[in-house]
Design a protein around this ligand. Structure first.
Ligand SMILES: [Zn+2]
Ligand SMILES: [Zn+2]
Length: 337
């Protein structure tokens, strides 16, 4: 009020000065009324302004708590994407450098926490929300084509806080299978393109080093680079028509007790006790003879504990892939007799 009185006095003085200047009695009365009106208008304007500021602040507080939750929900949608990117980078590097991970789960955790930290800093910069995240578990998913990652998230801003444990299921489909690169990458003539490993004589050299008979049949063999889930289920459907040829053509992977899981593939382990996957390694495409004996073609038999199988001529239209080697138990699994 003191402030307004001061203003009033100042304005009044100004008015009197004005009166003195123009020396008009009538003018003096009008100028006085005019000034009082202006002061009321100013007072009302200030009141309205104050009210509107208070209202806006109230609204902002509501918006902030809404935004807080919205931002954290948005943050959580990042976790599967960041996890997939971590897996992609790790597997790409292995294929390129042919060096396996020592402890794949530990490496995934480390890399994911690094990338979450970068994300957290970004969120802090953009929203002022402080986020802390810790990866507490990395393990098998619902099937061998998925892995599970559990993360604990805490977030703070002003008087708002948030705590949650999130389980993300990450599909490993479309990632590269690093196992063949680790096993055969050191031999000459090993190469790969966008879809396949082309072994040249690297695989036959690798099988020779394991004292496998028929190793030479795998010269110029190939196997898939990219993990794709087979569409022929139940697996006995592989025995129908050209299903098997299509499966090999597409480089599909199958669920398998003996096959290596994705974590062990990253470590260059050809078979493991986890519920894993198997795909087929295709021998030299020029072979077209039944009754040949060589290492059975499922990749865990090639890269893990090896045993022989007999050549199986496939129903084929293209003749580009005419046979694989298959032991009895795999013939049964895939309906191939
Ligand atoms: Zn298949
Ligand atoms: Zn495993």
């Amino acid at each position: 009020m003191l402030k307004f009185n001061d203003t009033f006095m100042k304005l009044n003085n100004k008015g009197l000065m004005k009166f003195n200047f123009i020396k008009d009695n009538k003018g003096n009365i009008f100028t006085g009324l005019y000034l009082v009106m202006i002061i009321f208008v100013i007072l009302i304007a200030i009141l309205i302004l104050n009210l509107s500021i208070a209202y806006t602040e109230l609204n902002n507080n509501q918006l902030n708590s809404k935004t807080f939750n919205y931002i954290l929900n948005d943050y959580q949608t990042n976790i599967p994407i960041l996890s997939y990117n971590v897996l992609e980078n790790l597997s790409n590097n292995i294929v390129k450098n042919k060096i396996p991970l020592i402890n794949s789960k530990e490496s995934i955790k480390e890399e994911l926490e690094k990338s979450l930290l970068r994300k957290n800093n970004q969120y802090y910069k953009n929203s002022g929300i402080q986020i802390e995240s810790h990866v507490i578990y990395i393990g098998d998913g619902e099937d061998p084509f998925h892995i599970n990652i559990k993360t604990i998230i805490s977030a703070y801003k002003d008087n708002m806080s948030y705590n949650n444990q999130i389980t993300s299921e990450i599909s490993i489909e479309n990632l590269k299978d690093p196992l063949p690169a680790i096993k055969c990458g050191k031999y000459p003539n090993f190469s790969y393109n966008d879809t396949n490993y082309n072994y040249g004589d690297s695989l036959s050299k690798y099988l020779e080093s394991k004292n496998q008979s028929g190793a030479q049949y795998y010269t110029n063999g190939s196997s898939p680079l990219i993990i794709k889930k087979c569409i022929y289920e139940p697996y006995t459907q592989h025995g129908d028509g050209i299903s098997m040829e299509n499966c090999l053509e597409n480089g599909y992977y199958h669920e398998s007790r003996d096959g290596s899981c994705y974590f062990h593939r990253l470590e260059g382990v050809g078979q493991c006790l986890d519920y894993g996957m198997e795909t087929f390694v295709i021998p030299n495409p020029k072979l077209n003879q039944s009754g040949l004996i060589a290492t059975s073609s499922p990749d865990h038999v090639i890269f893990g504990y090896s045993y022989p199988g007999e050549s199986l001529l496939l129903n084929s239209y293209s003749k580009s892939k005419s046979l694989i080697f298959l032991d009895d138990s795999h013939r049964k699994k895939y309906g191939l007799f």
